[in-house]
Design a protein around this ligand. Structure first.
Ligand SMILES: [Zn+2]
Length: 307
């Protein structure tokens, strides 16, 4: 049966070619979904990328699972947020993976904070009494689209080093991303322009980059200190500040308990806004653009409601 065996041979050939191509794709693991989203923008079909943390989880506290080790064992490149954001869960996983490519001193370990503008770098000594202060600066830096641009560029350069034969493709995809981002930033800035100078309360210090970018002023936090749960006396302070300074919005990350923010809102006539710090925070937010679309639209709605 010559036809049939030809067909079979052809089939075998295509499968072999297919898996050779799959094998040549860079295997990337990221700490968070934001980094995976940016890697996807510039890597396209030349990479496989998977995040460890989910976008609806608190990235400071991720419960390790055996499946994370399997991912890390196969990775060519690990992208991390850095600035100690993942210090509570990622370092032991990296060690246990025994993958030499992604150990912190190896070329397959990439800390994206090196490419970003970092805010809130503490001056002087950081002590335990200050709460969970990130001693190297605020790690929630991906929430300024200009940092997204810098991070995407750094990832594109890294991918080109690791897979030079695809460098032109990575450069082209980055250029496309950059154009799209510049257009989107114009739209976001326009939508947020009427609210520049508005004061807000946030739960955790996740938003200095976001608020700085869009001109919102963070006056206080629901947490008395970073990483420390609300206390009755601090909650009372927040209520008084909101009343005194006529602050209406309390921005809360999706993984925090809403009881304290809700009771603050009740006593001040304010509004709780569950803003997303990450891609994947809700199902429909699948990429870096949708993250800002979602947050900007939510804020515009909330500010219009309390006006
Ligand atoms: Zn934090």
């Amino acid at each position: 049966m010559p036809i049939r065996s030809n067909f079979l041979a052809a089939l075998l050939l295509t499968t072999a070619a297919g898996s050779a191509q799959a094998a040549s794709r860079l295997n990337i693991v990221t700490a968070t979904e934001d980094l995976a989203a940016l890697a996807r923008e510039v890597g396209g079909d030349r990479i496989d990328v998977e995040s460890i943390a989910r976008g609806y989880q608190d990235p400071h506290f991720v419960e390790p699972k055996p499946s994370f080790l399997l991912k890390l064992q196969k990775a060519d490149l690990l992208l991390v947020v850095g600035l100690q954001l993942e210090i509570g869960w990622l370092p032991p996983l990296i060690t246990q993976s025994r993958n030499p490519k992604i150990q912190p001193s190896a070329p397959g370990y990439m800390d994206l904070s090196a490419s970003a503008k970092i805010m809130e770098i503490p001056v002087g000594q950081v002590t335990r009494a200050m709460g969970d202060v990130h001693p190297l600066g605020n790690p929630h830096y991906w929430l300024d689209p200009d940092n997204g641009r810098r991070m995407a560029k750094a990832i594109a350069d890294k991918l080109s080093q690791m897979d030079p034969s695809s460098a032109a493709g990575f450069a082209q995809r980055y250029a496309e991303f950059e154009r799209h981002l510049t257009a989107a930033e114009k739209e976001w800035d326009q939508k947020m322009a009427p609210f520049r100078g508005q004061k807000v309360i946030t739960y955790h210090r996740s938003w200095p980059n976001f608020c700085g970018r869009f001109g919102l002023v963070v006056v206080d936090y629901v947490e008395p200190k970073p990483g420390i749960p609300p206390t009755p006396s601090h909650t009372l302070d927040v209520i008084n500040i909101m009343l005194r300074e006529k602050i209406n919005l309390i921005l809360v990350e999706p993984y925090f308990d809403l009881r304290t923010p809700n009771s603050i809102a009740q006593k001040t006539g304010g509004e709780v806004v569950v803003l997303l710090p990450s891609v994947g925070g809700v199902k429909e937010v699948k990429d870096y653009f949708q993250l800002f679309d979602y947050d900007v639209n939510l804020l515009v709605k909330a500010f219009s409601k309390v006006k």
